[in-house]
Design a binder for this molecule. Sequence first.
Ligand code: MRU
Length: 353
Amino acid sequence: MSIPLSISWSEGQLVILDQQKLPHEIEYVTLETLEDVFDAIFTLKVRGAPAIGIAAAYGLALSAVRHETEDLETFFHLVQKDAEYLGSSRPTAVNLVWALQRLASVVRNAGSVDAAKQLLAEEAVRIHEEDEASCRQIGAYGLELLEGKKRVMTICNAGSIATAKYGTALAPFHLGAEIGREFEVYACETRPVFQGSRLTVWELQQSGVNVTLITDSMAAHTIEAKEVEAIIVGADRIAANGDTANKIGTLNLAILANAYNIPFYVAAPSSTFDVSIGSGAEIPIEERKPEEITHFAGEPVAPLGTKVFNPAFDVAPARLITAIITEKGIIKPEYEKNIPAALGAYTGKGAHS
Ligand SMILES: CSC[C@@H](O)[C@@H](O)C(=O)COP(=O)(O)O
């Protein structure tokens, strides 16, 4: 039994687990160019907010090595241009721009282009390592919050493969498996691209967690029939007031948790907070292509030309969130006051110290 990983970097080589092919094929691909990294993020080969940020950071470092100028100012502009390009690959997860901005800023501290190239790679590695540590800490806090609870529901994949390791919402289950604490996890399949059935179920099986698959429409009945005791989800962006964007269907679960009076937890590292925006209304929601809904495994499941609305994320309002689990601690309402207190004085996108 082991916890699967999705991103590795060794001597300037970036290798990712192709999450589009899971669970039937376990295929690792080497990303060699900025365009490869853009495409991997855009097509969900690498996905999940922290993993997108980590991959983009390595992508920027990869591309920087190939810029031939010796002039630091010119180099900085080339890196900025690359960052803007990668940053446009997906709009909702704030970890993407957070990581890119963090990398671009290290160029400002470099004395030469060669030193800047080195610093970029080092900073990408640091982001990767910090995320693993954050996720482990989130798992430990999550275990505390879930004390005495066994049956827990989740959606999408906020797991190890969506991060550096352990995941956010799934971290308590991985850590629980290590120490013999047993959970019964109910994983929503997560239409339309099945991150729940393809990824979460696979990932939890790899680390020996007891997981049961349900369709998204079975959530309410399952909460009743199986006496689900808590819901835990990841996040793509958390506004200053605690409103949280996550995979489409998360809002349904937040409403259900409220209706059934069970806790609804969000688990995310501080790099997922965007305290530059006041509320979830300002979070850009990605819309993806209609074929994700009109087709299944390449076969049409709707009349040709059907009108489609395919938002990839929704926003759970802060009032429905029982607590937000971060590596810096467990944040409880009132979020407007408690988020800045937990994250420190940071006022921008992402909030790692
Ligand atoms: C730790 S991952 C948190 C979120 O990014 C996750 O829950 C999610 O919504 C992922 O969406 P995806 O479209 O698969 O990138």
